[in-house]
Design a binder for this molecule. Structure first.
Ligand code: ADP
Length: 181
């Protein structure tokens, strides 16, 4: 599914984010930035050791990355030249600021992409794997935040959500159709 949001094409696709050719892909990392399971492990495996070396330098300088913030590294061997690492919230029932933190994670990635003059960016479904965020609620916050940003800032040409299976794709598609009929 594709929608134009102002000047940016927003697409939902099913696939493996490590194979995307956008200028950057987003990693749903954890605060240590030392890699992990899920999409984080897949990105480090596909991109090779240069990404982890970059992450180690960043952590040495500024410490662990708090949830809702983002940093940019090389893409190593990936087709994407950069990886933007962010940390989503761990779901604790929804009353510990999870929606605000998740929205912040998406916004900080978009801001970093714009600051680095990138034209295209791919997101995974942040926080909906190991971090347990309910899929439908995560999709609402993810898409709502990205759409609000793209209405204000027109410098990105393409934003993709690269969703790993049909259940995640369906959840995001239903929400996008509701938000942008
Ligand atoms: P979190 O810890 O933020 O919950 P996970 O990596 O556990 O992150 O899961 C986030 C989402 O990423 C899940 O929907 C999962 O299915 C998906 N995912 C896992 N591997 C990939 C991949 N290679 N490409 C795109 N999405 C992926």
């Amino acid at each position: 599914m594709e929608k134009m949001i102002n000047k940016t094409r927003l697409s939902l696709i099913q696939g493996d984010i490590t194979r995307q050719e956008t200028d950057a892909i987003v990693n749903a990392a954890n605060s240590s930035l030392m890699g992990g399971g899920g999409v984080d492990g897949a990105i480090h495996r596909a991109g090779g050791p240069a990404i982890l070396e970059n992450c180690k330098k960043i952590v040495a300088q500024r410490g662990p990355l708090p949830a809702g913030q983002a940093v940019i590294t090389t893409g190593g061997n990936l087709k994407a030249r950069h990886v933007i690492h962010t940390v989503g919230p761990i779901w604790h029932g929804g009353k510990r600021g999870e929606p605000e933190t998740l929205a912040g994670a998406y916004r900080e990635c978009l801001k970093l992409a714009v600051e680095n003059s990138l034209k295209s960016l791919s997101f995974p479904s942040i926080s909906t794997g190991a971090y347990g965020y309910p899929l439908d609620q995560a999709a609402r916050t993810a898409l709502g935040t990205v759409i609000d940003f793209l209405k204000e800032d027109t410098s990105l040409e393409e934003v993709h959500f690269v969703l790993f299976n049909s259940q995640v794709l369906d959840a995001y598609s239903n929400v996008l159709e509701e938000l942008q009929p």
